[in-house]
Design a protein around this ligand. Structure first.
Ligand code: FE2
Ligand code: FE2
Length: 359
């Protein structure tokens, strides 16, 4: 599909507008008829946490120690790149590699921040456009969740890390396309299934690796919420997609695949190499010759929620199995039965567990 996004933003850009023509829909049917959404909404109302009071902001964070500790995930795995013929990082020593780690951490968390703002905007959109009262109620709680997520990542970057990054071009173009689309289900498919499915997997991996206590707690709490958000997408679209024709489902398959491709691109983190004074094109060529195995695994695992959820929506096998073929080519089809995100939110609710423990 063609992208409606504007080119690389001017570094001094303060706001960014996406034009959309949408139908804001009232419904006069107030009956609570969708039990699974009713349960999700009740859960959301009791699982709200507070960025200001539920987290210990007095914890000191050493960005270099965090980078070093994430070494298995960021710096060490890249050392082999220095050995490749024509590699632009041949001159890098320990100091540079540590800096790469620090920058990658800031870049990743900055993209989480911008993605969270995308979720804030798209979910506010769903409140207006979805035709069912139970979904409007639930989406309203998600708007509040996303405001807290933007708040928490902005504060962590500002108070605990040393640098910030503007939004990555691939993420920006995807968020723009989601917001520019007038079909309410595409907002869900783009955000709740693709972006949030990927975010849930990425948060989970970072949560496993880091021992920095503040970040660990932030990720745990954000994941509690994100698991509900993904469930919201699965429960809503499962019902709607049963009604669609093969031709309409094929459009959704193409949207999903295009989103997956752009989300995957985002993780090359060209902006980090650029800041390190390395030509991003040269590093891209080097990465084509050698992709550290841990990074390959990381990129594959990012799809561990997206693929099973596309299956639950019937998108893998609709229209002659077009999306199954694409995901097979991407090497991620193995995840099709990996997880049941529609029910997983109960298991991931750390907020409820902490509250129970505190009495
Ligand atoms: Fe979020
Ligand atoms: Fe979310």
């Amino acid at each position: 599909m063609t992208s409606t996004h504007s080119p690389t933003p001017n570094p001094t850009e303060v706001t960014h507008a996406v034009r959309a023509v949408i139908d804001a829909q009232f419904t006069w049917d107030y009956e609570r008829s969708r039990d699974a959404l009713v349960r999700l909404y009740e859960k959301a109302k009791t699982s709200q946490w507070n960025v200001s009071t539920d987290l210990d902001w007095s914890i000191d964070v050493d960005p270099e120690r965090v980078a070093d500790e994430l070494g298995g995930g960021t710096t060490a795995r890249f050392h082999a790149l220095a050995e490749i013929d024509g590699s632009p990082v041949r001159h890098f020593g320990d100091k540079e590699w540590l800096q790469v780690g620090v920058e990658m951490q800031s870049s990743l968390l900055s993209q989480f921040l911008h993605g969270e703002q995308g979720a804030l905007l798209t979910t506010a959109r769903i409140v207006e456009t979805v035709p069912w009262i139970d979904a409007k109620y639930y989406a309203a709680t998600q708007v509040m969740d996303e405001a807290r997520h933007v708040e928490v990542f902005a504060r962590y970057l500002d108070e605990k890390l040393t640098s910030q990054y503007r939004i990555n071009d691939n993420l920006r173009s995807l968020l723009d396309d989601i917001l520019a689309d007038s079909r309410w289900d595409i907002t869900y498919l783009g955000m709740q299934i693709m972006v949030e499915g990927l975010a849930l997997a990425a948060f989970g991996m970072m949560h496993t690796v880091t021992t920095e206590p503040l970040l660990k707690k932030i990720l745990r709490y954000v994941m509690s919420d994100e698991a509900r958000h993904v469930a919201f997408g699965v429960l809503s679209l499962q019902e709607y997609y049963r009604e669609l024709s093969d031709a309409e489902l094929r459009e959704r398959q193409e949207f999903a695949f295009d989103a997956a491709s752009r989300l995957k691109q985002r993780f090359i983190q060209a902006e980090v190499w650029e800041r390190m004074g390395v030509d991003p094109e040269a590093i891209r060529r080097t990465l084509e010759q050698y992709r550290p195995p841990e990074q390959q695994m990381f990129q594959t695992l990012l799809f561990s929620k997206i693929v099973p959820n596309c299956k639950k929506l019937g998108l893998l096998d609709a229209a002659g199995g077009w999306l199954r073929e694409r995901f097979t080519e991407l090497g991620v089809i193995e995840f099709e039965d990996f997880t049941d995100t529609g029910a997983e939110y109960e298991m991931l609710d750390e907020v409820a567990r902490d509250r129970a423990a505190a009495g």
